[in-house]
Ligand binder design. Structure first.
Ligand code: F0G
Length: 375
């Protein structure tokens, strides 16, 4: 038996799972926290920036943390089918965990607006893929409506077990740093993940007020969150794509758009929670343009060897700007969550980089010249 068998096994006493539950796991969690070597120097600032590389989860995104919990609970409760609306990653994860559990997955995705890798995953894992002529927000509304009339369990982040699974990313960060970071930056779509991280940090700090009491009533006393491990919690910072930034506008957005299709969301499901996270942590929301997002994605791949999908780079794009401006002061330890793997969306990456490709003749001379040109 491998030593690491997934986050439910590791954090069993902090999660609302029965002792005899069949765990539906693919070994998710335990992702690397990578310290950036080159970017802080280029910013000319003395800051420690770490990226939590959630793209290394089994289906390539942080969704697996929530999905192992949601599907384990669905199976525990006798459900035979799960359903979600998705911009891509949730559908890939739901499809994989349903396959693992031997139950059915229905996924609603916006027609033509999801990255190829994610679509391939949902299809290969045998989900019923329904492409809707509408966006994520339409899909979410329909999923909630249909679940009232059909025996299907919703596995979007409105399913409270999703946030319980995702809070474990904060546990891992605190264990790795042996303290909470000063700032934690995330891309925000539905705002489930920023909420989940805050729940996780609160539990590890033994601070049971505010959002924690509400969200943790889900545990029905199963998790022993009151034990104080660190006393500090980070400032939580949420970045949105400018074309899909309801938290910046202060109201829902009806026609969200961005190259970062994963966060093309105008009606966030965890709206109230996210405002509480901002208040309780003393944090803020800000927006990044598509240009800033793609630039940060490329910089991270090119200077640090870490490839994330566009939506994920929003956290770093925003953090770099706030570090440059001094909004995040020197001397800080900053964690940016990279929510999904770069291979999820090869099309956008290649479109941006096609001028990096050179075609030459298959001769020694040409290869030698091509190399010496660039040395
Ligand atoms: N980053 C990526 C790569 C995502 O896929 C998502 C959400 C987010 C960030 C935002 O997280 O919604 O918790 O604020 N993707 C969902 C999906 C909507 O369907 O895959 P959030």
């Amino acid at each position: 038996r491998p030593r690491y068998t997934g986050l439910i096994a590791k954090y069993h006493d902090r999660l609302p799972v029965k002792d005899d539950s069949r765990l539906i796991s693919l070994g998710e969690g335990n992702t690397p926290l990578i310290r950036l070597n080159n970017i802080p120097g280029e910013l000319g600032k003395d800051v420690d920036i770490y990226v939590k590389y959630e793209g290394l989860n089994p289906t390539g995104s942080f969704k697996d943390r929530g999905m192992t919990m949601a599907v384990t609970k669905a199976v525990e409760e006798g459900s035979k089918a799960i359903i979600c609306a998705s911009t891509g990653n949730t559908s890939a994860s739901a499809a994989a965990y349903a396959a693992r559990a031997g139950i059915k997955a229905f996924v609603l995705i916006p027609d033509g607006k999801i990255a190829m890798g994610k679509l391939a995953q949902a299809i290969m894992h045998g989900a019923e893929v329904l492409q809707i002529r509408g966006n994520f927000d339409d899909g979410m509304r329909l999923v909630k409506e249909v679940a009232e009339h059909a025996p299907v369990t919703i596995v979007n982040s409105v399913n409270p077990y999703r946030l319980q699974g995702q809070k474990t990313a904060a546990f891992e960060i605190v264990e790795e740093l042996e303290r909470a970071p000063d700032y934690h930056c995330l891309p925000v779509g539905n705002a489930g993940n920023i909420t989940a991280h805050w729940i996780g940090y609160c539990e590890y700090s033994g601070r049971g007020e505010g959002i924690l009491t509400e969200a943790c009533s889900l545990c029905h006393g199963h998790c022993r969150y009151a034990s104080a491990i660190v006393d500090k919690r980070p400032v939580m910072v949420g970045y949105q794509a400018s074309g899909s930034a309801p938290f910046l506008r202060g109201h829902m957005v009806d026609d969200p758009d961005t190259v970062a299709t994963a966060i093309r969301i105008g009606h966030p499901q965890s709206w109230d929670y996210a405002w509480k996270v901002k208040e309780e942590s003393g944090g803020w929301f800000d927006e990044c343009t598509d240009g800033e997002i793609l630039e940060a994605q490329r910089l991270l791949a090119d200077r640090e060897g870490v490839f994330c999908e566009p939506a994920s780079a929003t956290s770093l794009a925003g953090a770099m700007r706030d570090i440059r401006n001094g909004v995040i002061p020197e001397g800080s330890t900053v964690v940016c969550t990279l929510t999904g793997h770069g291979l999820k969306d090869p099309d956008v990456a290649i479109q941006q980089s096609s001028d990096a490709l050179r075609t030459i003749d298959a001769t020694l001379d040409d290869v030698r010249r091509a190399i010496t040109d660039r040395l």
